[in-house]
Design a protein around this ligand. Structure first.
Ligand code: E4P
Length: 216
């Protein structure tokens, strides 16, 4: 499973990339707003740090406006994937953009039928938001399973990005279900490293090594 980091913070992206585990980045308007920097500057910098796909979202709600914004944002770097919301105008825009060869990430997906429509118009990625579904008492991971199954049934090329991840269990379930990608907030990525037995083990090995006076 590919790992994307879900943040617009360049320091966190740099750190995560230095671990060698990052295949791409996703941002959204809320994450970019948190950084208090210009959108273009942030996107360009992230695209330089990470060679994989970097999702940057349009804000227009009309297909024509989305298309114009997508052309602009995708001209900033070859690895930009333009995020387009899962609404009628968004699907119309993705249909045009896929024919132009512009990478798209259909965002705010909450149902398998929405994912089917996005794949039909050639979206590069689909982003089911599982945490937000869990928040309202639904089963976000069930949706991911349905999308993976539908895309397999019909051999759609659209890749499934498990988004709105809240904890490491979401990542594990995404991997078990066979999602292509999981986009992970930096704090959750850090939690994935942790296990008390690892810490205790490292400490004990070093203590034994030092007690025996060994050298490397
Ligand atoms: C994904 O692309 C989105 O940026 C993100 O996962 C949204 O997560 P949230 O529900 O925590 O805002």
């Amino acid at each position: 499973m590919k790992i994307f980091v879900d943040t617009a913070n360049v320091d966190d992206i740099r750190t995560a990339c230095s671990w060698g585990i990052v295949d791409g980045v996703t941002t959204n308007p809320s994450l970019v707003a948190r950084e208090q920097r210009s959108f273009e500057e942030v996107v360009r910098e992230i695209c330089e740090i990470c060679p994989g796909p970097v999702s940057a979202e349009v804000v227009s709600l009309e297909a024509e406006g989305m298309i114009q914004e997508a052309r602009k944002v995708s001209s900033w770097a070859p690895n930009v994937a333009v995020k387009i919301p899962m609404i009628r105008e968004g699907i119309k825009a993705i249909s045009v953009l896929s024919q132009e060869g512009i990478k798209t990430n259909c965002t705010l997906c909450f149902s398998a039928n929405q994912a089917l429509l996005a794949a039909k118009v050639g979206a590069t990625f689909i982003s089911p938001f599982i945490g937000r579904l869990d928040d309202i008492g639904h089963d976000g991971m069930q949706l991911v399973g349905e999308i993976v199954q539908i895309y397999e049934n019909y051999d759609f090329a659209t890749e499934v990005i498990v988004a709105s991840v809240r904890h490491p269990q979401h990542v594990l379930d995404a991997a078990l279900i066979g999602a292509d990608i999981c986009t992970i907030p930096f704090a959750v990525l850090e939690e994935m490293f942790n296990h008390t037995l690892t810490d205790v083990g490292v400490e004990r090995f070093l203590a034994d090594w030092e007690k025996a006076g060994l050298k490397l």
